[in-house]
Write a protein that binds this ligand. Structure first.
Ligand code: HXC
Length: 536
């Protein structure tokens, strides 16, 4: 049946109650009872906490009128602890499917008004069923979480329910996009379902995530900490890196989720949607033209570079508050969605460290899983030094970035804007990690290390033997300038083919788009076919 014909089957007016058959009346009553959730008092309490109801959330998230609910009439299984009196149809979670910007998604929304949104057996089965529907039909799944965690009255059944969800999160990983939106408490082991998904959203003031809450923390360690400080937005967006997006309000959050989905394909077999692109491929990028004239010791805003080259100057940043020394996000170039990885010279001079390696590696693996080409902007002086970094495992974490770039088989294009030194040069999508097109600007410096450091190592004896401090300075300046001439430029690297082309800053946008067009059917069959998105 065509869609418009289907629409015409919807009755224009509601059926009058007096004309309903007994069967229809029973259905109506069952639906009304289930739709009432935890009842008016609990709904009022939910509102008093500044939160939408589970049903309102689904309404705001999806395209108007598109929601098709499943399992509305599922009932709580357990009879222990008087649960049947407290339970409501639906068992505290709304499940179903609908559309976002016309594209199908599956969704579940926990209802805090029913037993605190806690997860019992039937509740877990409903979530698993909708996840299976998403998996089998290859559409994204979005969870709206607002829950006291495992339903204490249902004992181990609740824990097993979580395990079933975790199993499905892992099976869906890298197959369909999974998004978790935290809209209330998310405590204990319950936090691990969001952590297994691709993206976590939180909303200021209402979202909290922790494995053990403030009371347990105080009892165990003596530390006094508030809910917000322990597991609020700031804690997880800027410090732990658990959450990728923070919203000011629930409507703002749903707007961001809808925007994010526009950059993602429905599943690993598809490509992200192209949209009409009015932005000329060869448009002027005046801000870039000055790039090589800037003082090489002064930082600039990498975001400006990204906005200059992207279609219509749009960039959708992911995890903006965490590891700010590396920038990750989505943009379109010549209508095609690409993922951006960019060193950020304005933070830690753009050096790589533990958090930046984890952040970038995870994002690269997501891009690779979902067929999204990777565009890398390089300006990296090396790895951030320090005992804290070494003992924290920069070797182990830095290896993840190398692994992620090396295994990625999607198109990979990089532009070295200024510095690319040592191991960090290799890590940032270099040719020998199988970059497809590697460009560098004429002012790029590519070397094993920066000139000053290199001269101190290579000529330590000569510098120490200089007769006067003035002689030493003169010698150092001459050696530095010779070194820079030879190594701190893109030409030696271009002469070996490790850089495909030295390009003018004004060409960056065109060269990337042209490269993407050439690479659109890139295939590397048999190589790195296992594309899960394990949390790193
Ligand atoms: C059953 C629960 C519940 C739970 C809340 N409720 N959590 N019922 N099992 N886990 C019920 C409350 O009894 C109450 O019912 C209603 O939900 C609302 O809860 P309140 O406490 O009144 O709300 P509030 O003051 O906003 O506090 C919310 C809360 C708190 C912070 C979530 O309820 C709380 O701390 N709950 C326990 C959290 C927890 O420790 N969960 C277990 C985590 S361990 P009435 O009938 O009075 O309205 C876990 C293991 C998972 O989840 C392991 C997976 C591997």
């Amino acid at each position: 049946m065509r869609e418009d014909a289907m629409d015409k089957t919807v009755p224009a007016k509601p059926i009058q109650p007096q004309r309903l058959s007994a069967a229809a009346k029973k259905l109506k009553q069952s639906i009304e009872a289930a739709m009432a959730g935890g009842g008016p008092d609990k709904i009022q309490a939910q509102k008093a906490r500044g939160k939408f109801t589970a049903r309102e959330r689904v309404h705001y998230l999806l395209d108007e009128g598109s929601f098709q609910e499943t399992d509305l009439l599922v009932r709580t299984r357990s009879h222990d602890f008087g649960l049947q009196e407290k339970a409501a149809s639906g068992d505290g979670v709304i499940t179903g499917f609908g559309t976002i910007n016309g594209r199908e998604v599956c969704v579940y929304s926990q209802d805090f008004t029913v037993l605190g949104g806690s997860l019992g057996l039937a509740h877990a089965e409903k979530i698993c069923k909708i996840m299976d529907l998403a998996y089998d039909n290859r559409v994204p799944v979005i969870g709206l979480l607002d829950s006291g965690g495992a339903r204490i009255q249902e004992g181990v059944d609740s824990l097993d329910g979580y395990a079933e969800i975790f199993f499905r999160n892992t099976r869906c990983s890298g197959v369909i996009p999974q998004i978790s939106v935290i809209l209330g408490p998310c405590a204990g082991g319950a936090v691990y379902s969001p952590a297994l998904t691709d993206f976590v959203f939180m909303v200021e003031g209402i979202s909290h995530m922790f494995v053990t809450g403030p009371d347990v923390v105080k009892a165990a360690t003596g530390e006094e900490v508030s809910f917000d400080a322990l597991g609020g937005c700031e804690a997880h967006a800027a410090k732990s890196g658990v959450c990728q997006f923070v919203a000011k309000s629930e409507p703002d959050c749903f707007r961001q989720v809808r925007e994010l989905l526009a950059y993602l394909p429905q599943n690993r077999w598809e490509k992200a949607p192209r949209i009409a692109n009015p932005d000329p491929v060869r448009r002027a990028t005046p801000l870039l033209e000055k790039l090589c004239e800037l003082d090489p010791r002064k930082p600039y805003r990498m975001h400006h570079i990204i906005w200059q080259v992207s279609d219509e100057h749009k960039f959708f940043e992911v995890q903006s508050a965490f590891a700010k020394n590396i920038i990750t996000g989505f943009m379109r170039m010549g209508a095609e969605v690409v993922g951006v990885i960019a060193n950020n010279p304005a933070h830690l001079a753009g050096a790589l460290n533990i958090d930046a390696s984890d952040k970038a590696a995870r994002f690269i693996r997501l891009l690779n899983a979902f067929n999204i080409p990777i565009v890398t902007f390089v300006d990296v002086p090396g790895y951030w030094p320090g005992v804290h970094q070494e003992h924290g495992g920069i070797i182990r974490h830095g290896a993840k970035l190398l692994h992620a770039y090396a295994e990625a088989t999607v198109p990979k294009i990089s532009v070295i804007l200024r510095k690319a030194y040592g191991g960090a040069y290799i890590a940032m999508s270099s040719k020998h990690l199988r970059g497809d097109f590697n460009f560098a600007l004429p002012c790029a410096e590519i070397a094993v290390m920066g000139p000053q450091g290199a001269i101190e190592i290579l000529y330590s004896r000569e510098l120490a033997n200089a007769k006067t401090p003035e002689d030493r300075t003169r010698l150092r300046d001459r050696l530095t300038s010779e070194y820079s001439e030879k190594f701190a430029s893109p030409y030696q690297t271009a002469s070996t083919g490790s850089i495909d082309e030295v390009i003018e800053p004004s060409q960056i946008r065109y060269k990337i788009i042209r490269g993407l067009r050439f690479l659109k059917d890139k295939r590397m069959p048999g190589q790195f076919e296992n594309r899960g998105n394990i949390p790193l």
